[in-house]
Structure formats: structure tokens, C-alpha cells
Design a protein around this ligand. Sequence first.
Ligand code: KG4
Ligand code: ZN
Length: 356
Amino acid sequence: MIVLGIETSCDETAASVIKIDDGGNGEILSDVVLSQIEEHRPFGGIVPEVAARAHLEYADQVVNQAIEEADLNFNQLDAVAATGGPGLIGGVIVGVMTAKAISLAQNIPFVAVNHLEGHALTARLTNKVPFPYLLLLVSGGHSQLLIVRNVGDYTRLGTTIDDAVGEAFDKSAKLLGLGYPGGPPLEAAAELGDSKRFDLPRPMRGKPGCHFSFSGLKAAVRRTVDALPPGELLKQDINDMAASFQAAVADVIADRTRRAIKEFKMQCPDGQHLVVAGGVAANTALRQRLDDVAHEQGLVLAAPPMRHCTDNGAMIAWAGAERLLRGDHDELDFTPRPRWPLDPDAPKATGAGVKA
Ligand code: KG4
Ligand code: ZN
């Protein structure tokens, strides 16, 4: 089965063609990602209206390129998948409309994919990880720990009660004048800095449960920066703050993940893998730390290659293909969903600072 996947829920216009065999083995035939970073950079963050217009302008071109690079024609596609949510709704609409049009014109099934499910299942394409596994999903919009039992079968063990970890990276990087998006330059600065120079908090560390909180850490970065002598930040101050911030994030994530692994082992004694996904999973220091935690707890860490941690079309094509193999698809009256939890039955996160 040959599946086209379209991703437009955030600031990447992406399309990919993959092939899946009856045994569930996947192969990526093409993988085109057009980043809008330059369009958003002047604003220091993603502007939804700018994103929607850029998706509209480039979606067709990116899809055509994905088909061409796979050396195929549209009439060789067996199905088309697009991110149906959650995400910035203007962009999601563009991707869904494009996919519906292809479905109609080629008379092939359409699948609306949950973007988070795309991240959740990617390691099965790139690393051939079997079910069940524990997933740490860390991106610009999400920080979650989930048990992945099967396609569509997720148990959320923890989520953030305020900011997502990628958001904390982006906002702290902005405070340090490191530009946008903040993860990569902050990581680069951290490599040159002293992580012990600034004593930053480790929110939620040691607390029961597996929830995260990052807004206090971001506020502590601001307070610490404000307390430095007035004037422009010195390069060393920036590097040391980046290193201290990254160490605090790694400590918190290690603590929460360790707790989640214990829960996972109780619920799924046969499970052997910790999978990390989402843009923040591109962070090498964090991967290293998670590798240590997994090892210490008797699990194997599986991390997709960097380009498949951040948003891409292959993850959507793959999640669509896995759903199609199970006999699922969506109708053309599917309505894009700005909110779409993977585990709708998870108890609501509670505590100080919980966002509504
Ligand atoms: O998954 P993603 O591409 O988009 C969302 O669905 O959110 O994740 C983007 C996030 C941004 O916050 C970005 O700063 C962060 O991932 N990120 C990183 C790194 N590369 C990207 N954070 C830390 N270290 C990195 N190397
Ligand atoms: Zn994402």
C-alpha cells in the first residue's frame, strides 16, 4: 500500500509518500519538509495567520514534490492522510482540504490523523519498535508520558500542568536573545556553558504522579537574568544560563520518566521500550539522559532520527497507513479538530497553574 501524508498543523508544510507491506513494515519513498521559520522569525514566534497563508501558498507544491521524488504519479497512490488536528486550525484546514481533494479526484480513502498519534507511532516506522511501549512526547505544544498499547490505544500517565517543554526552551531562549525557534541555539549555547553556575528550580521533581510543570522554571530564568548586572548579557552568562536551564529540564524529565517507567512496567510487564518523540527529542543531551534512565530501569531507548522527531509528513503517512491496515478510514465530511487528546479518558491534570 502506498500512502501520501500531509502535515500542516504548525509551522512546517510537509508531505511524504511511504510504502507499507501487509506485515506492517514501512519504507519512506519521499519526505519533503518546507519550514516557515523565516516567515515567523521577525515575530519571535509562530503567528497563526501567517502560518495558514503560507500553508495555503505552498501545500500543492510540497505535495507535488513528494509525489515526484517518490517517482510516482497521483494515480499510483492507495490512500491519502492528513493531520486532522490538534494544531493551528487554519493550517489544519489547508492540509485536510488538500487531502480530501486528492481522495475525491483519485477515488482513494482519506484518513484524518491525530498529529500526536503521528509522533507516537513514528518509532514503529523508523526503529521498528513493537507494542507496547512507553512514550515521552516532548514538543512545542505538548509534554506527555503515554503508554502506547496499540494503534488508537493510549493511556496518559502524565502531562504538563502549564507550559510545554518546547515552549520553555523557546521562551528561555528568547530571554537570552538566542532567537527563534529556541531549542537548537539554546542547546548549542549550553554545550559551552557551566550548568552549575545558576541554581534553577526542578519543578515537580520527586512529586507523586508523572505530571510536568515548566512555567516556574521559565520565570526563574527571567528572575536570574534580571538579577545580573545591567547592560548587555555577556556570552558566558548566556551559555551558563542555557546550560543551567537544560540541566534543570533534563533532571525533571528524568525524574518524571523514571516514575512513568515504574508504572508502565506494572501495567505492561512485557514492554521493553521507552520511545521519545516530538521536536525536543532532537536535543542530544536530553536523549543521552533518557538513555541512562531507560538503561537503569531495564528498558531500551528508541529515538527516531532527528528529522523525524520534528514535524514531518512521513509520520502522518505512517499513522494513516497503520490505521488503514486496521480497516479504519475517515469520510470526506470530517471536520478538523483544534483539540484532540490521545487519551480522552485521562483524568484532568490538577494543581496550581493548570491552564484551562
Ligand atoms: O514537534 P515540533 O517540531 O512541533 C510541535 O508539534 O510543537 O517541536 C518544536 C519544538 C520547538 O519548541 C523547538 O524549540 C523544540 O521543539 N526543539 C528543541 C530542539 N530542536 C527543536 N528543543 C530542545 N533542543 C533541541 N535541539
Ligand atoms: Zn509536532
